[in-house]
Design a protein around this ligand. Structure first.
Ligand SMILES: Cc1cc2nc3c(=O)[nH]c(=O)nc-3n(C[C@H](O)[C@H](O)[C@H](O)COP(=O)(O)OP(=O)(O)OC[C@H]3O[C@@H](n4cnc5c(N)ncnc54)[C@H](O)[C@@H]3O)c2cc1C
Length: 398
């Protein structure tokens, strides 16, 4: 693998870094209240206009959607820069869940769905959500427990069920929902539907208080009550929903890693600044070996994360599914960024816990990354099962 980045990508990385430093980070001091969705959407629109002007908007989609058309390695480089601020990924329109939804709709949507859903989403005119997880006894870590159902009534489908922790649901224009459509086919009996938020059968029922402060639209409970949609609401083919979920989740878990790596880098910038400025016991904090080890361990975690991300991204660029490598990266990076956030708070002392620095927020928000898009334990389980199949010769190529 050649690690050389093209001059164009290096220039874009530099442009994105400057944009985040000069145009985005200054807004962090006046972040709206997290419940004020309209104020957040207003700020997002303003930052997106600035990102367009700076030539850094929508790195992940092609020019036909108003994007920069980067491949996965290019995304890895630019998303990391954008991830240095929670507002940065909104400005570039490469935040979850929209970024994963764009990828999915582009890949499996019809041209009518591209026009109706992808075009406004890519333009940043609307937000979206992705609804898979359900309250017990429904789908959680085990998606085969899917309880939300969709029944065919002539040419219409009627969806019923409840979902929870649906990121960005409040204020989203539409939702991609996973529902059971064939109880006999087990893992092959689920379908994805595109449901407009103004459908009378769709409701955001509750927005639970949650630790994070910068996720637009929260992580909500939503319900589908006799929610009627037409055949044209099916995303891809009926009963193929679980396969499509992998089309979305494999790259989506990697793009989470890319963004969180940027956030970890930002944390170390603050830790280094504090270590250089603060005195203790006749020297700078940075001169104490105990602090140096914390900083060095952050660098080791970030560099190894970057290599895992770039390798998996490179495989995706070669057309591989990279199921194994994206899972390995997800576990390693999610755990690494948690360690980095924790160490950086330690280096910054009490200031690290204050809202004056982005570290306490980062500490709260990265914790969830070890749970969503597959908890570490479940990825470890699938990684190990794959290793076992390779060892006993039952794997059919990878
Ligand atoms: C901030 C946040 C945002 C989210 N956004 C979305 C979203 O937009 N859309 C959506 O559909 N979902 C979303 N989720 C839900 C997320 O995908 C689920 O939390 C995740 O799939 C785990 O499901 P669960 O919480 O029901 O865990 P459970 O199924 O209750 O499992 C709990 C724990 O049990 C352990 N465990 C489970 N199975 C095994 C096993 N086989 N071996 C060992 N240990 C195991 C794991 O430690 C796991 O964390 C979000 C969650 C969070 C926290």
């Amino acid at each position: 693998m050649d690690f050389t980045l093209s001059p164009e990508l290096l220039a874009l990385r530099e442009r994105t870094r400057r944009f985040i430093d000069e145009m985005v980070i200054p807004h962090e001091r006046q972040m709206p209240d997290i419940e004020d969705v309209a104020a957040w959407d207003g700020l997002r629109a303003k930052l997106q206009a600035a990102a367009r002007e700076a030539g850094v908007f929508l790195p992940q989609l092609g020019a036909e959607w108003g994007g920069l058309g980067l491949n996965w390695v290019g995304n890895a480089v630019v998303f990391e820069e954008a991830g240095r601020s929670a507002l940065g990924i909104q400005a570039l329109n490469c935040a979850a869940p929209d970024e994963g939804n764009m990828h999915l709709i582009e890949k499996i949507g019809t041209s009518a769905q591209h026009d109706q859903y992808l075009r406004p989403l890519a333009a940043g005119a609307v937000r979206s959500c992705f609804a898979m997880t359900e309250p017990p006894p429904g789908a959680g870590t085990d998606p085969s427990l899917l309880a939300t159902s969709a029944e065919r009534h002539g040419k219409r489908w009627v969806i019923n069920g409840k979902k929870h922790f649906i990121s960005g649901a409040s204020g989203a224009a539409f939702c991609i929902v996973m529902a059971k459509t064939d109880t006999v086919r087990g893992r092959h009996g689920a379908t994805m539907f595109l449901v407009d938020a103004d459908n009378p059968g769709f409701r955001v029922t509750r927005r639970p208080q949650i630790y994070d402060r910068s996720f637009i639209g929260g992580h909500c409970e939503v319900s589908f009550e006799d929610c009627e949609v037409g055949e044209d609401a099916i995303l891809g083919a009926a009963n193929e929903g679980f396969d499509y979920a992998q089309v979305r989740l494999r790259p989506a878990r990697l793009t989470h890693c890319m963004r969180w790596l940027g956030a970890a880098r930002r944390a170390t910038e603050h830790a280094m600044a504090h270590a250089l400025a603060r005195q203790s016991f006749n020297s700078r904090l940075a001169d104490h070996q105990g602090v140096q080890w914390l900083l060095a361990d952050c660098e080791i975690d970030m560099h190894s994360s970057r290599l895992l991300i770039w390798h998996a991204a490179w495989l995706l660029d070669q057309g591989a599914t990279a199921s194994h490598e994206t899972a390995v990266a997800k576990v390693a990076v999610s755990e690494a960024v948690n360690r980095v956030a924790d160490r950086c708070i330690q280096v910054c002392g009490a200031q690290g816990m204050s809202e004056d620095l982005p570290l306490a927020n980062l500490y709260r928000e990265t914790r969830a990354f070890r749970i969503y898009d597959g908890p570490s334990e479940v990825h470890r389980m699938t990684i190990a099962k794959r290793l076992i199949r390779r060892a006993d010769g039952t794997e059919r190529g990878h």
